[in-house]
Design a protein around this ligand. Sequence first.
Ligand SMILES: CC(C)(COP(=O)(O)OP(=O)(O)OC[C@H]1O[C@@H](n2cnc3c(N)ncnc32)[C@H](O)[C@@H]1OP(=O)(O)O)[C@@H](O)C(=O)NCCC(=O)NCCS
Length: 183
Amino acid sequence: MKHPFIVGKNIYLRGLEKSDLEGDYFQWLNDQDVTKYMDSGNFPNTIENMEEFYRNTVLRGNNVIFAIVDLESDKHIGNIKLGPINWISRISPVGIMIGDKAYWGKNYGTESMELVLNYAFNKLNLHKITLGVVANHDAATKAYEKAGFKLEGKAKSQFYLDGKYCDTLYMAILRDEFMSRVE
Ligand SMILES: CC(C)(COP(=O)(O)OP(=O)(O)OC[C@H]1O[C@@H](n2cnc3c(N)ncnc32)[C@H](O)[C@@H]1OP(=O)(O)O)[C@@H](O)C(=O)NCCC(=O)NCCS
């Protein structure tokens, strides 16, 4: 393990480091399978874009961004981001990308989400975590449900994908709901 911050069963989370920008992470953002349901990926990735994201998002106090690392191989396989955190309402959106496709469907997304929820509620004392997901992104929706997220609403015709508009689902989990799951 290198610089672990939160250690789980199959993965650990550490701070995203500047050197990660030069690794596999770069090409995840050019991979149309990975970015299919994300706002990223519409334009070719550049190191300048990534450095700007690093400066303006990773290093800013209202965001916490973790690299997701496979415990067994020590390989950086994705990122998970809390933020921008609203410190008054104690609410934050969360976003996740398992960029290494070999790790899809093996519970890594769910485990990452559970570790971040525990951190958000028990370390940062947040009250609610929210997310948006394209309605037909079944793997993501299932992973979020497994981690305890519940559907709060649906925005119609919100995301343009493969020539047509899709709905976006808004899901959330409250601190009390999370605590009653882990007790
Ligand atoms: C979405 C994502 C985070 C999910 O992480 P993951 O590690 O692949 O998901 P998990 O293995 O924890 O859970 C996925 C579940 O959906 C199931 N699943 C996978 N593909 C599916 C599909 N096409 N239809 C229905 N269920 C599917 C899996 O079998 C698993 O359920 P199970 O544990 O009951 O078998 C990950 O695939 C990813 O990062 N994708 C690219 C970026 C992205 O889309 N980010 C999210 C934007 S909202």
